[in-house]
Design a protein around this ligand. Structure first.
Ligand code: ZN
Length: 132
């Protein structure tokens, strides 16, 4: 089953917790045992799974990426958002999460984060839920 939802981002660089939206979509599919593929159809945004307890983890991820891959570092790409392309490529545009007993098999401290690197924009998240 394919599901989609949109995410409105509010700044250039932002990690947005989408765990509840993904859980809701998986529950609607009524799959008890399977997998959920999360796919981001954008070139300057991506998805990661990381700690959802301390919000400073998300700012540390953003700040570290900004240090490693500065916004203005003399890139060839004329659009001015090469840092966002590089960050999105490194993190990746998809994740797969196992489903057991109808629920995402996330660790206690794990959340799913939509990663914006060239916002603000209206973005799309696509899910494919497979199983029985
Ligand atoms: Zn570009």
């Amino acid at each position: 089953m394919k599901k989609e939802f949109s995410v409105q981002t509010h700044s250039t660089s932002e990690l947005i917790d989408i765990t509840q939206e993904v859980e809701k979509a998986v529950a609607a599919c009524k799959v008890k045992d399977g997998i959920c593929a999360i796919y981001i159809p954008h070139t300057t945004a991506c998805v990661c799974i990381n700690e959802n307890a301390d919000p400073s983890v998300q700012s540390d991820i953003r700040n570290t990426l900004d240090k490693l891959i500065p916004r203005d570092a003399g890139y060839d790409h004329a659009e001015g958002n090469s840092d966002a392309h590089v960050k999105a490529s490194i993190i990746g545009s998809s994740r797969i999460i196992l489903i057991e007993s109808g629920r995402l098999l996330l660790g206690r401290w794990q959340g799913i984060y939509f990663c914006e690197f060239d916002g603000p924009r209206k973005r799309k998240v696509i899910l494919k839920v497979l199983g029985s």
